[in-house]
Design a protein around this ligand. Structure first.
Ligand SMILES: NC(=O)c1ccc[n+]([C@@H]2O[C@H](COP(=O)([O-])OP(=O)(O)OC[C@H]3O[C@@H](n4cnc5c(N)ncnc54)[C@H](OP(=O)(O)O)[C@@H]3O)[C@@H](O)[C@H]2O)c1
Length: 237
């Protein structure tokens, strides 16, 4: 246990999948918790009722809405930037608007949210982005734009770690491999192909990613910063 009781925590993109598991993990220790969602009002409402966390509708692609939401939380202890989208396909035929929206949500939003959070963040705070092992390894066709977004996070993490390090604030990326969620179902059409790249041939459970996030957010991880923490069953090995 890390004792998150009373810690002011915001999870961006917490209504489903990995983000919801992270919300549940922090809620289990009595955090002062809020999470955002884009469209899933029903899932967000159910999770808020279950955990006591506040659900806030804020599209990460809308910079003003995003930064206003972050600023309104005041002095954060922990910011988890999980909201992300996945657009896969032949780059010659992919809808460029969809690609640009993915870049907005996966790249622009994490940068602006992290910077806004740091304005007021308490010393020894934690900024965690959910990247992807695809930043390091993209072993199938059709993933160039997604890999681009997750690789961009790596540069941001390294740079912001140096910008905020004198306040004890750590900035890290957790890079999951295939993880069971709506985005990437364990029984989905690409599952067998993904498992063929892995040493441990199964999807992770969202709870396994959340447990790692809790460690990085906790008091024992104060010297981990500017790093990519990969949890992928050997996908990138
Ligand atoms: N699943 C995997 O295999 C895997 C592997 C590596 C990395 N990741 C990364 O892990 C993160 C979570 O993925 P997941 O698998 O849990 O995905 P998911 O099941 O599709 O859930 C995505 C979550 O992000 C929120 N979200 C999406 N776009 C948003 C926006 N514009 N504004 C605010 N919230 C937004 C969604 O809210 P709504 O419910 O309102 O849509 C939802 O809560 C992503 O960054 C993803 O790239 C996933």
């Amino acid at each position: 246990m890390n004792d998150f009781s009373g810690k002011n925590i915001l999870v961006l993109g917490g209504s489903r999948g990995i983000g919801a598991a992270i919300v549940r993990r922090f809620a289990s220790e009595g955090a002062n918790l809020a999470f955002t969602f884009a469209g899933s009002r029903e899932s967000a409402g159910a999770l808020a009722t279950e955990t006591g966390a506040e659900a806030i509708q804020a599209d990460s692609a809308d910079r003003d809405a995003l930064t206003a939401t972050v600023a309104a939380r005041g002095k954060l202890d922990i910011l988890v930037i999980n909201a992300g989208t996945l657009v896969l396909g032949d780059p010659l035929t992919l809808d460029p608007d969809q690609v640009d929206r993915m870049i907005d949500v996966n790249v622009r939003a994490p940068y602006h949210a992290a910077v806004e959070a740091a304005r007021q963040m308490n010393d020894n705070g934690r900024i965690i982005v959910i990247g992807s092992v695809n930043a390091d390894r993209m072993p199938f066709a059709g993933g160039a734009a997604y890999a681009l977004t997750k690789a961009a996070m790596q540069g941001m993490v390294r740079g912001l770690a140096r910008d905020f390090g004198d306040r004890g604030i750590t900035v890290n990326s957790i890079q999951p491999g295939p993880t069971d969620s709506d985005m990437n179902p364990a029984e989905g059409p690409m599952a067998a192909t993904m498992h063929s790249f892995m040493a441990i041939k199964r999807h992770a459970r969202a709870e396994e990613i959340a447990e790692y996030a809790a460690y990085i957010a906790g008091p024992h991880a104060g010297m981990i910063t500017g790093s990519m923490q990969t949890i992928d069953g050997g996908f990138g090995a």
